[in-house]
Write a protein that binds this ligand. Structure first.
Ligand code: ADP
Ligand code: ADP
Length: 224
């Protein structure tokens, strides 16, 4: 699977050029997009997730022209935004069952299997009966991933997932990403060099709306 981003540009109404002719190709594995605040990372991720249109450029996932075929994209993409939602006072397990039902999984056994797998991969089995509203920031982030996994996406995009997490929560979260990176394309953005160092098989550095460098997996390890 290959995500091809070609010549994306975006200037906001206030004149800020958030994407300046961005082109990059991303293949399977764990891709880290490293850059300081304001680099354009969120804009790039929202654009790939088709939540926001660029002024120009294109994005394709294998044969799918993402920006013009949103329906196909929704079937393969999972996007976790930087600010996660407000959750009702339901347990993680109840909420995931609810989301699985919304997805149209009518069979209870099938739903249970799906929910348990998502809870297991995200390391939430032990707290599955606790209210998500009362979860810590890191647990909520992991719950966000659990929710994405219900849709069985091929491509997972996570925007600054470790921002604001304490060291132990951060490690737990990175371990979850590492696990899902073995069978998904995972793109995550961060301003923390160590996140990329610990996780990525591929990386790019972004600043001022531009990709400054893109390293192949082998080079990436050396570059950091
Ligand atoms: P990030 O950590 O990704 O840089 P920001 O704190 O810059 O996030 O932005 C948070 C939200 O505010 C985003 O939805 C972003 O689109 C919006 N935003 C950021 N900068 C501006 C701006 N100058 N004018 C309007 N909205 C903005
Ligand atoms: P990052 O995620 O790397 O912090 P962003 O994509 O959030 O970068 O922002 C890139 C630049 O665009 C920043 O200067 C930010 O303030 C600006 N920006 C982001 N969203 C908006 C918006 N909705 N309106 C105006 N400016 C924005």
């Amino acid at each position: 699977m290959k995500l091809s981003i070609s010549n994306l540009s975006k200037t906001y109404k206030n004149g800020v050029k958030a994407l300046d002719n961005v082109s990059i190709e991303i293949e399977s594995g764990m891709f880290g997009l490293l850059g300081p605040n304001g680099a354009g990372k969120s804009t790039l991720m929202r654009t790939i997730a088709t939540l926001q249109a660029p002024d120009s450029g294109s994005v394709s996932l294998d044969e799918i022209d993402i920006l013009n075929d949103k329906n196909s994209l929704r079937k393969v993409l999972g996007y976790l935004p930087q600010e996660f939602g407000v959750y009702p006072k339901m347990s993680a397990e109840e909420l995931l069952h609810y989301f699985a039902r919304l997805k149209g999984i009518a069979n209870k056994d099938e739903r249970t299997k799906m929910v348990n797998t998502a809870l297991e991969v995200t390391n939430l089995l032990e707290v599955k009966n606790k209210s998500v509203a009362g979860y810590s920031g890191g647990m909520k982030q992991r719950f966000g991933i659990a929710q994405l996994l219900l849709n069985d996406p091929k491509l997972i995009i996570v925007d600054e997932p470790t921002a604001g997490l304490d060291p132990s929560e951060r490690h737990r979260f990175l371990n979850v990403l590492r696990e899902i990176g073995t069978n998904h394309i995972v793109i995550f953005s961060t301003h923390i060099v160590d996140d990329v160092k610990e996780l990525c098989t591929d990386m790019a550095i972004m600043n001022g709306g531009r990709i400054l460098s893109h390293h192949t997996p082998k080079e990436a390890v050396k570059a950091l």
